[in-house]
Design a protein around this ligand. Sequence first.
Ligand code: UT7
Length: 319
Amino acid sequence: MIYSRIVGTGSYLPPRVMTNLEFAARLDTSDAWIRERTGIVQRHIADPAQGSSDLALQASRRALDAAGVGAESIDLIVLATSTPDYIFPSTACLLQAKLGVKGCAAFDLQAVCSGFVYALATADSFIRSGQYQRALVIGAEVFSRILDWNDRGTCVLFGDGAGAVVLAAGSKPGVHASVLRADGSQVDMLSVPGNVCNGRVIGSPFVQMNGQGVFKFAVKVLEDSARETLAAADMTIEDVDWLIPHQANVRILEATARKLGLPAKKLVVTVDHHGNTSAASVPLALDEFVRAGKIRGGQRVLLQGVGGGFTWGSSLVTL
Ligand code: UT7
């Protein structure tokens, strides 16, 4: 039986830190409101010269180093992003070139804030089928580029960053189970409803969101998805050492843990200092806790995404 296992993690945050006070200086908002309603204190913002592929490159190099392997040994790159460098080619192909390799399969995956979990489940399936042996799975975003900086309801929530894992074939799981779901009828709740046509932006190039609707939907599907994935792996919440939900809002994370009966000390929270980095949030949080020695080899981690589409999903992994 072939399984896949995470053998290295890496992440990258652009150096520029933006605090809540910078918003309070120019919008009708305050540090207190943002902290109380979201848990966010600061976020990182990419330099205008940096694209998602540049952030992905740094995170990938760190994940490859942690795994002790070179980029030439990777036979599959799956990159989750909603903020690609170009319309085409894919950011995964741009990353492949920046890594200085060629030949391996490389594609982008678009599932907004569920992107990393979707990408991990996709790479896991390819590895378990025997088609590939070693995958680089990345979530990379420059959400700062698709924010209306005058809309206090959205611009305070997001940040930029990238996280990556090396997923390798092995004889033990690894990834125990993944469950992916979507409901396209909820498309209007969270979207960037724009496109480029004849050299002009058609529609809106900025994030539009029904905040309360997203909040309620996220809490419900994160709980359902955790239960469904645990059942698929024949495990219970007691078998989980760490829960890493998509880092959207600390109140969503705490409500999910509470509904699942998970002790607060097992809940990973990084949204306070990363903001919501969409597809990058889960691998960024994973890498931070691995490097801090909090998440250790052999521990079981439940990774969860939820976001535009609507999409949601979970993956239960042993590190
Ligand atoms: O990856 C998924 C991405 N999306 C999310 O995670 C969003 C999930 N939703 C949320 O996190 C929350 O719904 C928000 C943080 C967006 C909003 O918090 P809320 O507690 O649901 O606030 P609300 O939408 O009910 O708004 C309450 C008030 C409103 O004013 P009025 O109508 O009561 O006068 C808003 O206009 O708060 C106002 N408001 C703000 N006030 C100060 C909205 N944004 C801000 C702000 N600063 N930044």
